[in-house]
Design a protein around this ligand. Structure first.
Ligand code: PLP
Length: 406
């Protein structure tokens, strides 16, 4: 008998819940003609959040210039525009060679961990997290170690928990700010506490700030790289959310602070960037216009803007259900409600998500899919229209009433 063709051992125990078994089940139902309300993926364009026209025009105008490979770090005008952006933000001393453009932040996250980690090196990650971070650490032979983000303190990272988990193998700390899945925007005190620990223990800070312009109620986002010149910080941003261009696959990472300490790592990162030749070039032509153009995201997050209104609606509808509580998101595109499991007949978040899909054709993602340590949360994306969110929340309410313990 011939040997079966197996995946590599590195992929054992890796999963990606956002597109996992429940997602597959939803696709099967759709193939059978069922209409599913998808509240599972943060992909703005299909919900009528269009990429600004000026970005599209610039890409079309430049398509001929974009026929060949570019420099492996990215085209000059795009990197220059990102460099100017760092100056606006107040991140000091960033040169054009400190900026790497990738096929989305996703590619850069994987490249970072591949370039950095040796077997058994530890990376501190938020729980809950955006799961690609955890998977990338594990895929690269590292050990993901999760620190708690505290629901009681607006989902800010728990500094004591981080401190307890630092040891000689710890290489760095991942921050996701504004946060997916909780919608938290971290306070200055917490960020300063993290910078202090990173400085003491010589840790790298990886700060995923892809939602840095998606802020509600006048909340301010503080890029952690503005708080330190002594720590090596990698700040990730991109086009997918602020500019609704997820399909274009454009992202960047900015190296700042103690870059001199990371010479060998940067060489490795450079090598990986050159091995994949370059990021998608037409998309790179969108970056300068995106960063320098009209910031229409501000209209969407303003009190009368569509995103803010949808956040208010879904937050109101969810917290109006007895047994559901939820911290109001300050930023990003998600709600992370808590289910009081004592009040319902399903056993955990996974069963909730699965049964909700089967019975009510509403697709959400379980909290444990985001490596949350407790099994009583789920994530809702509030990109669909108010009408669709209203229908979805009525169905969630109906479902929960049907499973309430009497
Ligand atoms: N980081 C976070 C926190 C995200 O939520 C996402 C996508 O949802 C990504 C990174 C991936 O971004 P990109 O589309 O640039 O690969």
């Amino acid at each position: 008998m011939q040997q079966p063709i197996n995946k590599s051992n590195r992929l054992n125990n890796l999963s990606y819940a956002i597109r996992g078994p429940v997602f597959e089940k939803a696709q099967q139902l759709e193939a059978m003609g069922q209409k599913i309300i998808n509240l599972n993926i943060g992909n703005p364009a299909p919900f009528g959040f269009d990429v600004p026209d000026e970005i599209i025009y610039d890409m079309i105008m430049n398509i001929r210039n974009a026929q060949g490979y570019s420099h492996h770090l990215g085209i000059f005008p795009a990197r220059k525009a990102i460099m100017h952006y760092t100056q606006q933000l107040g991140i000091h001393g960033v040169t054009i060679d400190d900026i790497f453009i990738g096929n989305g932040v996703s590619e850069l996250i994987v490249m970072t961990m591949q370039a950095l980690l040796n077997e058994g090196d530890e990376i501190l990650l938020p729980s809950p997290d955006y799961p690609l971070w955890t998977t990338s650490v594990a895929l690269s032979g590292g050990k993901p170690v999760h620190y708690i983000c505290d629901e009681e303190s607006d989902w800010n990272p728990d500094l004591d928990d981080i401190r307890r988990k630092i040891n000689r193998k710890t290489k760095g700390i991942v921050l996701i700010n504004p946060n997916n899945p909780t919608g938290a925007v971290y306070s200055k005190e917490v960020l300063e506490g993290i910078v202090k620990m990173a400085a003491e223990h010589n840790l790298i800070i990886f700060s995923d700030e892809i939602y840095d312009k998606i802020l509600y109620d006048g909340n301010k986002h503080i890029p952690v790289a503005t708080l330190s010149d002594d720590v090596f910080i990698m700040t990730y941003g991109g086009l997918s959310k602020n500019y609704r261009a997820a399909g274009f696959r454009g992202g960047w990472v900015i190296l700042s602070g103690a870059v001199h300490k990371a010479k060998s790592f940067v060489e490795g990162f450079n090598l990986l960037a050159s091995m994949r030749l370059c990021a998608n070039v037409p998309t790179q032509y969108a970056i300068q216009t995106a960063l320098g153009g009209y910031q229409s995201i501000n209209d969407l997050v303003a009190p009368e803007g569509r995103l803010c209104k949808q956040r208010d609606l879904i937050h109101y509808k969810m917290t109006d259900i007895p047994g559901i509580t939820c911290v109001k998101p300050k930023g990003a595109l998600y709600l992370f409600p808590k289910i009081d499991l004592r009040k319902f007949s399903f056993k955990d978040d996974e069963q909730f998500v699965f049964d909700l899909l089967s019975e009510q054709k509403v697709l959400v993602v379980s909290g444990t899919g985001f490596n949350y340590i407790k099994n009583d949360h789920f994530r809702i994306v509030f990109l669909p229209s108010a009408e669709e969110l209203e229908t979805a929340s009525n169905r969630i309410r109906y479902f929960l009433e049907g499973h309430r313990v009497r």
